[in-house]
Design a protein around this ligand. Structure first.
Ligand code: HAM
Length: 423
């Protein structure tokens, strides 16, 4: 029997792990500058957290969730996204009690039973941000600016397009849904089977259909801009003015509706675009989000508005890889390899390693071999900045030979003086 990882999942090791941690640490730093608190919620939730009584009609919730019954016959789901779980925690932990804007970030794996392909995994990592408690286009703008500044800090700039849209307030959406229902009913024959079902449940979902996406019927469907209330239009105009003022280079995409049901008003996606049109990520969203005015209420909480985004860590890594954007420094070198050239020196080198680590220096040693050759193989593999050599002589005389692994220069020092110099 051979054991293999599940299709659409990834093993992280070596440089790939360092790349992932680098991306996450840059995003964390930007969050810190924005006074955003980290929130960690469970990977599993009751299925209702994602389905809710309103019945989410998106593909993510209806088709792609890993849902199972636990031993107590409860329906459990591996989270397909972070927003619903954070919102559940926001309410359950009464985080809404504090006044003003509450800001959270999270970083973890999400699960979707999608067909695996380039940039689309079944277990993937999201770095996400959610803001709660202040309903303002300025907050929406600042979330988009934050998303943009994370990607820019990673070195991405002309490699993605910021697409924004509004799907209006409740009144606008009701009028728009009615118009869509009428339009698609008249064109029902050209819709796929799924879209025929979507027609009654949530016609907005048809605009997000992966099967029908290039059809003329979809392209010519009514546009939300024509159904916005005065307030919703003003809100969106103000958002765009703020983005202009802050020099965010965006496009308004009237067809953007997003793949989850909880959004209201502002929605956005940052789409990968490389010069090379054969790039597999081209056209895929690396980051996406929007505002959700009713989600906290849907969980049975007060009427508090939220807005957030999440980026796909794997998609960002893949784009950065193609553009060679990872700095050399992610492959940080270990400080010392400690070599003992006599069986009697092994215990001594073990002790030296511990002393170095306590002083904050990284080091490694060979626990088994005492001859030069295998120990220098370790040096070659690990590529430390320095090599500490303890032969029989050195140990007897309380000395150490320090070799610079780049210049190959070496000196011999008294061990106490050497340790003292490290302090
Ligand atoms: P989403 O658009 O479903 O939104 O996912 C956000 C990002 O996760 C996508 O733009 C993409 O980069 C990444 N992603 C999604 N599915 C996959 C996959 N199968 N493989 C690899 N990466 C993937 C949400 O999840 C919302 N919760 C975002 C949000 C936060 N809205 C408000 N707050």
């Amino acid at each position: 029997m051979s054991f293999q990882k599940i299709k659409g999942t990834l093993d992280y090791f070596g440089l790939q792990t360092k790349k992932r941690r680098y991306v996450e640490s840059v995003a964390r730093n930007i969050c810190k500058l924005n006074n955003i608190e980290e929130i960690i919620t469970p990977t599993i939730e009751y299925t209702d957290v994602f389905v809710r009584s309103s019945g989410d009609s998106s593909d993510i919730v209806t088709k792609e969730m890993y849902t199972f019954k636990d031993k107590g016959d409860r329906s459990i789901t591996l989270r397909p996204e972070g927003t619903a779980g954070v919102c559940r925690a926001f309410l359950e932990e009464k985080l809404y009690v504090a006044t003003g804007l509450k800001k959270y970030f999270y970083n973890g794996s999400m699960f979707r039973c999608e067909r695996p392909q380039a940039g689309r995994y079944r277990e993937f990592n999201q770095f996400g941000v959610e803001y709660y408690g202040e309903d303002s286009y300025l907050v929406d703008a600042s979330v988009i600016i934050l998303a943009d500044s994370i990607l820019k800090s990673l070195g991405l700039s002309n490699n993605y397009k910021v697409c924004v849209n509004t799907i209006g307030d409740f009144k606008s959406r009701m009028a728009y849904q009615e118009a869509l229902r009428k339009y698609f009913s008249e064109n029902i024959d050209s819709l796929c089977e799924d879209c025929k079902n979507r027609l009654n449940k949530n016609p907005l979902r048809i605009l997000d259909c992966k099967v029908d996406k290039d059809s003329e019927v979809l392209k010519n469907a009514p546009k939300i801009v024509d159904y916005l209330t005065k307030e919703a239009k003003e809100y969106f105009d103000n958002l765009l003015k703020t983005l202009d003022y802050m020099n965010i280079n965006y496009y308004v995409d009237n067809n953007l509706v997003r793949g989850l049901d909880y959004y209201t008003d502002t929605v956005f996606e940052f789409i990968a675009c490389n010069d090379d049109s054969n790039e597999s990520l081209n056209g895929l969203a690396i980051l996406a989000g929007g505002k959700y005015s009713d989600l906290v209420k849907e969980f049975g909480g007060p009427s508090i508005s939220g807005i957030g985004f999440a980026f796909g860590v794997e998609r960002v890594i893949s784009l950065m890889d193609k553009l060679n954007l990872f700095p050399e420094s992610i492959n940080d070198r270990i400080d010392y390899v400690v070599i003992g050239l006599d069986p009697n020196t092994k215990l001594y080198t073990l002790e030296i390693c511990e002393t170095l680590r306590k002083l904050g220096y990284s080091c490694e040693m060979d626990y088994k071999n005492c001859s030069f050759k295998p120990q220098f193989k370790l040096v070659d593999r690990v590529n430390p900045k320095y090599i500490l050599i303890f032969g029989e002589e050195e140990v007897k005389e309380n000395k150490v030979t320090i070799k610079n692994n780049d210049t190959k220069e070496q000196i011999t020092l008294n061990i106490d003086e050497f340790i003292e110099s490290l302090k």
